[in-house]
Design a protein around this ligand. Structure first.
Ligand SMILES: [Zn+2]
Length: 121
């Protein structure tokens, strides 16, 4: 898979549903307090535990809508479940995610979060 992150972010910003997600001032404060290295490690934990293996019965419900800025980013970037990953990025649903896909998802989440934080300044 080859996706240009900036083009993907642009496409997401044109989606009414995806662009409806944004960070609260509390989320931004949380990121500033924790620092990017911690946020990246949280994102990796969430992606690995919620998305790598597909559970068809739970898919679509594994990512909460609040509680952590990374969850918001996952909804905003269509990386919230395997169905959305398939629809937006053509990632097959019948196998585990590979390392390249995990890396793409994490880069996208962090880029989106950084944009949100920068826009709030
Ligand atoms: Zn989803």
């Amino acid at each position: 898979m080859k996706y240009d992150i900036e083009i993907v972010l642009k496409k997401l910003s044109l989606s009414k549903f995806r662009s409806s997600f944004s960070l609260t001032s509390k989320d931004i404060e949380y990121i500033n307090n924790k620092g990017w290295e911690t946020i990246k490690s949280h994102a990796a934990d969430f992606v690995i535990s919620r998305l790598v293996k597909i559970d068809l019965k739970k898919d679509g419900k594994q990512t909460p809508f609040r509680g952590h800025p990374v969850f918001i980013a996952m909804h905003a970037t269509a990386t919230c479940c395997r169905r959305c990953l398939n629809k937006w990025y053509k990632i097959p649903k019948d196998r585990d995610l590979n390392n390249q896909e995990i890396k793409f998802i994490l880069t996208l989440i962090i880029k989106w979060l950084k944009k949100e934080v920068n826009n709030s300044l």
